[in-house]
Each structure stands twice: as structure tokens, then as C-alpha cells.
Design a protein around this ligand. Sequence first.
Ligand code: UD1
Length: 418
Amino acid sequence: MKILKIDGGRKLNGTVKISGAKNSAVALFPAAILCDENVHILNVPNISDIDSLNSILKYLNAKVEKKSQDSFYIASCNIENKEITEDMTRKLRASYYFMGALLGKYKKAEVSFPGGCTIGSRPIDLHLKGFESLGAKVEQKGNKVIITADELIGSNIYLDIASVGATINIMLAAVKAKGVTIIDNAAREPEVVNIAMFLNSMGAKITGAGTNTIKIKGVQYLKSCTHEVIPDRIEAATYIMIGALLSENLTVENIIPEHLEALIQKLLEMGVDLKIDDDKIYVTNKNKLKATKVTTLVYPGFPTDMQQIIATLMTQATGESKIEETIFENRFQNLYELRKMGANIKVVSNKGYIKGPTKLKSEDITATDLRAGAGLVIAALIAEGETTINNADYILRGYENIVEKLEKLGAKIKLIEI
Ligand code: UD1
């Protein structure tokens, strides 16, 4: 296990460059399998989830070559379509994208159920129903799913929930199917658009990504392309909130402000001093923060991935803030850890009530999942004295060089393996 030790209470100033988006990169790497030549992916974040995906790609005999610090060539021409077992899939949620990608290319996928953060039950029934609509047979044997098809044929698919994972997985399966697939009530997240653009650069015919209705006209061959991962809006949000609490001047650069609209509106409502430029945001903590209310929603609503992070900000705002989590049922574990640090928090089913401001004290706390961990890093940066965050492995799954980035801003932070 890795632990983070953070000696908090310091001002953090300077510039931080945001890396490529985890949730986009983790779909692009499995999607690379669909290419009949090779792909070059740029702006790839250096995070452990990418290492896990690369191990799976190499196990399948794909050629994965690191071309620079943040770019990879992937050649999938000689892939062996083998079973991907639980020891590989449980490391991350995004391992489910091998189902859509292998099915799309070889009409067969044998993949165990995915792992990932324990933030709720997280079924994948919509992914599997989508594959069935395309003509595949889905069998579950123990913890693995065997998906086979003689032929994949485009169809009309309505998603009961606008799921990011299901939308992307169905796109992967449908891109080479015969005829036209229409996904209705599709997820509109920027990561979905980034994957659709990647496939289109290879020669796919996908329209409507970023709207509720995505249309995919199947093609037979996908050619080489170069594609860039979009900036990580959740990492950006994390550093912007650090700035709102601890900076006289912090520049968060390499961002797409439009992807952060819901957060920006909330921060302005809370009184955060922000200046927005084309691809950067300047933030300081010069104003007192006011309490606010957040309800998580699908994009372009307030992202569930940011609620555990804004919770820490709320502990420093005057008045009672409220978070209503509508996407995942178990995403408040961070609130119990914040309470240990002195925060005044009440949890009632899917609602968290946070009264502030309260001084946070250093503690021995635990990251229960990736974004809980990010919220706790911020709490540790505010608290006077040394805080220990156990299970920091979760945080490294999604934050590139977090120790180096925070040190550069002036934090006192150490990563220790025990
Ligand atoms: C992705 C992100 C995650 C983010 C989430 C919501 C990745 C690797 N992870 O997760 O960081 O928090 O989107 O923005 O990109 N659902 C079903 N059946 C399904 C699929 C989903 O009931 O087959 C439900 C889920 O339980 C959840 C909701 O739909 O309540 C949304 O889930 P979804 O958008 O699929 O999230 P993930 O793809 O798991």
C-alpha cells in the first residue's frame, strides 16, 4: 500500500499544467484495438490505470510503444483474441471497454467483470443489452462474460440511463457493424465526444456525439491516425479548488473552460475569485466562501466525480452546504473521513449536509476511492500539521504526478510505500 504524508497549512502558488483526461484515455487505449493499422495517441496521462490497460494490450499481443513522455503508438494488427481474466479486469473499471472493442473487431469477447472504485453497485446491464441489440449472444459464466456474434447488425438502442460506459462500449461494438446503429439517450460527456472523434479519425462514420442521439454507420476498415486526449476536467477542477482555498495566485493551464461550466458557476456562487482565459483559469483565495447546494447530474450538469472534491471546499464556506448525489449510491465515504478531521457533516441517505467554516485538523485518514482521495488531499493541504492518507494507490490511478505537481506549487508532500 502507498500512503501520502502531507504537512498542510501552506500557501500554494504558481502554475500547474493539467494532463490528459483519465476517462478519455482509458477508453482510447482499448478502442485502439479496432484499428486495422496503428494509432498514435498524444497527451496520455502517466497514471496507473494506463499501465493496467497497457498490460492487457500487451497480453493480447498488441504492440505498445511509448514514443515520448506522453505519447504511445499502438499496433493491434496481430492481436490474439484471448480471454481477459479477473486478475486483469479487476484493477480498473475501464477494462469493460475490451468487451466492445474485441466484439467489434473479432465478433467475440471473453472478459471478466470490471473492478474500479466501490462507489455503488455499478452494473453493466446496459452495455450487455446494447451488444445483444447488435445481434450478439451474451452468456455469463461465473464472473466472466462471453459475448459472441456471427454478425453484428446496426440497430436502434435506447439507454434507460445516459451511461458514459455503455455509450462508449456500444459505439466500439457498432463501429464495424453492418448498417446503422442509433444510440438514443446517449451520454453527452466530453470523453464520449473524444472517443467518437478518435474513431472518426480512423475512418468511422459517427455523428451526433455530444448530443442525446449518436448515429453510427458501420465501416469495414479502420486506418491509422493520430489523436490527442482532451484535458482532464476533473484534475483541473481539483487544482482550481486547491487554488480557491490556498493560493494568492494559481494558474491552472491546459484546460477547456467549457467542460468546467457547471463547476465554474458553483464556484462563482460560492464567491471564489476566478479569471477565465482561453485555455487557463487564474484563481485566488482572496474572498470568503459562501455555502452552496450541489446536485450531481449527467453532463452538462454538475459531475459526480467533482462532488467529493467540492465537499472539502464546503467545509470552509460559511453556512450549510448540501450535496445531493443522484448517480452513485455510495459516494460519501470521504465525508466520514472529513468528519474525523473536524468537519461538521451529516449524511442522510444520498444527501450530505456540511456546515462551515470549520478548522480541519491533521489526522490519519483513508482514501476509499479515487475522488474521495482527491478531496482528502485537499483537506490535508488545508489542515495544520501532518496528515497521513492511507490507500493512496487509488489517487495515483487518476492523478498524474500529483506529488511533483503539488511540490512545485509549494506543498510539503511525500509518497511512501509500506
Ligand atoms: C464513468 C466514469 C466515472 C464517472 C461516471 C459518471 C470511466 C472509466 N468512469 O463511469 O468516473 O463517475 O462515468 O460520470 O469513464 N448504470 C447502470 N447500468 C449500466 C451502466 C450504468 O445501471 O449498464 C448506472 C450506474 O450504476 C450509475 C449510472 O448508470 O448509476 C451512470 O453510470 P455510468 O455513466 O455508466 O458510469 P461509468 O461508466 O461506470
